[in-house]
Ligand binder design. Structure first.
Ligand code: BGC
Length: 458
């Protein structure tokens, strides 16, 4: 057995998101979000689940912060619900919403847990979707006002900020899955471009805010991409998928530019207007302090014919590959992929500071012995992914922290409560919280700043 020790000031944390845990969907003046609307639309969410109550964190935040304290959590990444602060996205501040987050932040600090705020984790005020959502430049202006308010109000106590969670998912992803009605990749790409502008303007607003002595970054969902064969077609397909999923979002925030190969493809297929020079200038002048990286799985790619290269979705291999392991989400478990990804970003983007802002696994979690959920698969997953992270650090990658997704079982978007990712189990009838075996394991790891890895093999 080998002990893997992490660097002295490495940060250990957990992550959550407002809509997934808070509940209190219409309390204390909160406005409707697009997820309230989606979950109240019959047929949209598995089993008709909603985030109306979720983990009831809005009323139980003190208990949840105590859980974090007992776990030894050093930093807590959570998101602010925009419609709690501005019920219709803009206008008059809802003081009760602000006061909720004041209480959360103050309690975290009293318990020596660093608050890390995500400004936007998908719960857009529904009123802003009504005017076109991220496709509308007006929403960009509104976001910058919202962001500035948060920086000025909470910035005295919060020193780590994340502008967006996974822009790929809520732009190109949501639009091409028809989440907003009509399926449109074109709208998704236009929305993504606007989000990149909103991001750059928020970074700028932070640097000009009252308490600009912290760090600001963005969280992207990133993937190592592997071809299924050594054919030149699969090689090209891999470059395209890497471009759309990774470089399209990495290049703007770390280099201040767009990947020209992907831009060419999109401009050709979707007939999009070129990116204005002033937008590029804005991106270049507002690069991030750190990269937040959410990572769960690799992507495998195969192209049937040269023609299929223009049908991006068809290039992704969705079938399970024999001999490979998959989680409850159907996602491939491939820890070496994290090592490849970290090494590649380090090399291609001039050694940025990186935080893994999400990593974790959905398991069945149905074996409970002596009141403890026996989530051995989750522990195994975390161990192997952390071993890969450790290897990357040893190689010189500037990985500064790691946040498990997630503190407790919660509302897993379209899957409702059917998928469990938490270190803590939540009974969604009684709302009781129970420690899983992985919670004890993570507590131990934090205490020792490392863990025993069973084998020397990756
Ligand atoms: C999201 C989380 C989500 C997790 C697991 C990430 O893409 O940021 O909100 O729960 O994946 O699906």
């Amino acid at each position: 057995m080998k002990f893997l020790k992490f660097p002295e000031n490495f940060t250990w944390g957990v992550a959550t998101a407002s809509y997934q845990i808070e509940g209190a969907w219409n309390e204390d003046g909160k406005g409707e979000s697009i997820w309230d609307r989606a979950s109240h639309t019959p047929g949209k969410i598995k089993n008709g689940d909603t985030g109306d109550i979720a983990c009831d964190h809005y009323h139980r935040y003190e208990e949840d912060i105590q859980l974090m304290k007992e776990l030894g959590i050093q930093a807590y990444r959570f998101s602010i619900s925009w419609p709690r602060i501005f019920p219709t996205g803009k206008g008059k501040v809802n003081q009760k919403g602000v006061s909720f987050y004041d209480k959360v932040i103050n309690s975290l600090l009293e318990n020596e847990i660093e608050p890390v705020i995500t400004l936007f984790h998908w719960d857009l005020p529904a009123a802003l979707q009504d005017i076109g959502g991220w496709e509308n430049k007006e929403v960009v202006n509104t976001y910058v006002e919202y962001a500035s308010y948060l920086f000025n109000h909470f910035g005295d106590r919060v020193k780590m900020w994340i502008t967006f969670n996974e822009p790929m998912v809520f732009t190109i992803g949501f639009y091409s899955e028809g989440f907003f009605g009509e399926t449109s990749v074109r709208s998704g790409v236009l929305a993504a471009r606007n989000v990149n502008i909103a991001h750059a303007r928020a970074v700028n607003a932070y640097r000009n805010s009252l308490h600009a002595d912290g760090k600001i970054g963005i969280t992207l969902d990133l993937f190592p991409v592997y071809p299924m064969t050594t054919s030149s077609l699969d090689k090209t397909a891999t470059q395209i998928i890497d471009g759309v999923f990774n470089r399209l979002f990495l290049d703007p925030v770390l280099k201040g530019e767009y990947p020209s190969d992907i831009l060419r493809i999109f401009t050709g297929i979707l007939s999009l207007p070129p990116i204005p020079e002033q937008d590029l200038k804005l991106l270049r002048e507002n690069l991030i302090d750190f990269l937040g990286m959410n990572h769960y799985r690799p992507l495998r790619v195969h192209a049937d014919s040269p023609k299929s290269l223009t049908d991006i979705n068809s290039l992704l291999v969705n079938d399970r590959i024999e001999g490979h392991t998959y989680s409850e989400m159907g996602w491939e478990v491939y820890p070496d992929g994290l090592y490849d990804l970290l090494s590649r970003i380090d090399k291609d983007y001039d050694h940025p500071l990186i935080y893994i802002t999400e990593n974790g696994m959905a398991c069945k979690d149905d074996v409970i012995i002596d009141g403890i959920v026996q989530d051995n698969d989750r522990i195994d997953y975390l161990k192997h992914y952390l071993e890969a992270a450790h290897r990357a650090i040893n190689k010189g990658v500037k990985l500064k922290g790691y946040f498990v997704w997630t503190l407790m079982d919660n509302f897993e978007w379209l899957h409702g409560f059917s998928k469990r990712f938490g270190l803590i189990r939540v009974d969604f009838t009684t709302l009781e919280r129970t420690w899983k075996k992985s919670a004890y394991w993570y507590r131990d790891l934090i205490k020792k700043n490392g863990f025993y890895h069973d084998s020397d093999e990756p």
